[in-house]
Design a binder for this molecule. Sequence first.
Ligand code: ZN
Length: 553
Amino acid sequence: MKLKYIQPNIDKDIKRYEVLLDKLKKIDDYKQGLTIIEKINKIRDNFFSMYWLSYINYLLDVNSEYWNKTEEFFSKYNPIMENLKLTYYQVLNESRFKDEYAKEIGNKVFEIASLETKLLNDNILEELKKEKELGNKYHKLIASSKVIFNKEELPLSKIGKYTLSSDRYVRIAANKAKFELFASIENKIDNILDELIRVRTNIAKKLGYKSYTDVGYIQMRRIGYDKKDVKMFRDNIIKYIVPLINKLKEKQKKELQIGKLLYYDDNILFKDGNATPKGDTKWIVNQALKMYESISPKLSLLFNKMNIEGLMDLDSKDGKSGGGIATYIPNYKVPVFISNFNGTSRDIVVLTHEFGHSFQLYSSRNLKYYENWWPTFDACEIHSKSMELLTLPYMNLFFDKDAHKYVYEELYTTLKDMCYIALVDEFQHLIYDKHDLTINERKENWRNLEKKYMPWLDFEDNNYLERGNTWQKQSHIFSNPFYYIDYALADSIALQFYALSLDNEKETWNKYIDFCSQGGMYSFVDTVKKVGMKSPFDENTLKEIVKKISNYI
Ligand code: ZN
């Protein structure tokens, strides 16, 4: 990443932050208060900018000595800065100028403040440092593991293409190779999670909670809904989406002309293979530019900028951590994102997804401060998923005659993934609520939940998978606990955006662009209300969505 990294002068920054907080407490004129708030946010901006640049560069090359060092720096100082942020929240929340401040910097920061100050505690700094280290250890293990396939050594992120081959023999061999590798590091991953559960449970206990689940809900800033609502949402996924996927599985079996769908067939939807992009990365970027030009100048302007300024790192490489991630660098007022292109349809999913995040972050860059740039995660995934879905009518640009295959795959996968997401979510509740389960008991529970949320999965003779291990590839469980149901909550809104666009595309794009400029000003529940969509916590919402989308596909 070309953006310049300068390690924060941390001792000086911390001291200044503390002095400013002290002044803010004693202020007797709210205008002075606003000046101090501005200064505090300058320090925060610089820290976040470098924190994210370090992390992104680390993900690009997990073996780099330099970025490992900067990551050590942030493992140590991020918890301290987080604590200062919580003190800042506390001072804001207790201020007699709260109403005056809210007019300038918005209400959401106060909503978050009332919630997050519950996490303020100097005695958990050691645990927080350990937690970040364990998360990075997982990423490093995955990014530096190699699969032997066709006598070639491949990073895990590059085997994906072969696991999706239309040739059943190729995908069987690729899946075997992939899961043999996972089986060889199974114990290491088990131990990382085991230790994480211990560390996180300690954090919860020190903060006065019975389970880390409660801490997770606060960290994920779940405002206006609780565990009961989330459980109802998961139950509705079982009630309305699982049966639909079961039905589509029958269709898939017929299409593939096989008697039994096995785990390596799960994502293959067409006999002659799923759609694949008709060109390389450079070509894809050019086609995307054409697409955004024909939708809106606002979209094409940013996409072009990100391309020219090198703010996207798309191809998978040795030592690059898998998956996609987008973030915002306040010092430079630009979004950045990375992905791991591997020549499959997923490349287009990730490109549109991460660009959706980028567009939202860029559209809200002039709002006041971090809390308004960043929606909470449940809300921020609406922007990314909607971008995936709203661009579906343009897929001939990437897939030519196979565009219809991609459209089916995207809608089907969105719904199927909601089942997997709910599974990961229930698993996370379980491992923290029953934190003394043994490693094997955890796996048994996972496998049972898998049967509930994804009953169609058949692992045949794959012992590693049959023993309940598919969670091992899910990085969120390690570095972003409880960040997962957010995707499904957001999907339920993005699918409503898509349904609207089927009736009026142009109007829906305008609505979307306007929605992005609101950034993170409102909580998820309020965001959904403001944009005029139905809440996923209403009993009938999923039922209606499934009806409309299943008619369409
Ligand atoms: Zn996302």
